[in-house]
Design a protein around this ligand. Structure first.
Ligand code: PRP
Length: 215
């Protein structure tokens, strides 16, 4: 039955709620049923996969899903190449360097005088982005790769700073950390597997048009 369906990988968690609400407005149903990890919208012939955020690009890259909805940060970190078919009108987030307020001045002083004598330790999920960002500024960094609860790292002395997504700022605030510098912005992208797109572009364009028109 699944051959008739267009498979779309969706990220579980906060973004999934927004995606579900967005699609529901246009009569596309996404239902997470208890622990079941996929859902068929029979009316629109869509199959949704509920996967971990960072795994969306993996499913699309290997062709298990034709389309994926993913943060641009996660797509960039994956290192895979996709066709980018659209941007959703929600979920834009800041990617920030954060740490203790007391280290802010130290950071900016060293930044402006170029006097970073030793590497700064940064805990992050976004190793590729962070390395590239600071390399371009000639600031030596040591990346400590974590996959969640990044805010704990400076508190426990595992790192000097973190690079992470900041949406409401609540997580930083509740852990006595502050934004030191905004490094960029992320957006929610519709990505496609290039080979599957060629095979099935009519069906894919159709769904992307529906999504685009939702804006
Ligand atoms: C993300 C991010 C921050 C938090 C920021 O984590 O990594 O920890 O949200 O949001 P806020 O500014 O609204 O508090 P997520 O909830 O995805 O969980 P994680 O710790 O597993 O990364």
């Amino acid at each position: 039955m699944s051959n008739d369906y267009l498979t779309i990988a969706l990220p579980k968690g906060r973004l999934l709620e927004q995606v579900t609400a967005f699609f529901a407005k246009y009569d596309i149903t996404i239902k997470e049923e208890s622990r079941k990890l996929d859902y068929y919208d029979e009316k629109n012939k869509l199959r949704f996969l509920f996967v971990k955020n960072s795994d969306v690009p993996v499913y699309v890259n290997y062709g298990v899903a034709a389309l994926g909805i993913s943060g641009s940060d996660v797509v960039y970190e994956s290192g895979f190449e996709f066709l980018k078919l659209g941007i959703l009108p929600f979920g834009t987030t800041r990617i920030c360097l954060a740490g203790f307020e007391k280290d802010k001045d130290l950071y900016f002083k060293a930044y402006s005088t170029g006097s970073f004598v030793k590497e700064i330790k940064i805990a992050t999920k976004f190793g590729k982005f962070t390395t590239t960002y600071f390399n371009e500024k000639d600031i030596p960094v040591q990346i400590i790769k974590l996959t969640g609860s990044i805010e704990l790292a400076p508190i426990l002395g595992l790192s000097d700073f973190i690079v992470d997504l900041v949406e409401t700022g609540t997580t930083l605030k509740e852990n006595n950390l502050s934004v030191i510098e905004e490094l960029g912005k992320t957006q929610v992208e519709i990505i496609a597997n290039p080979s599957l797109y060629k095979l099935d572009y009519k069906k894919i364009d159709n769904i992307v048009t529906i999504i685009e028109n939702m804006k």
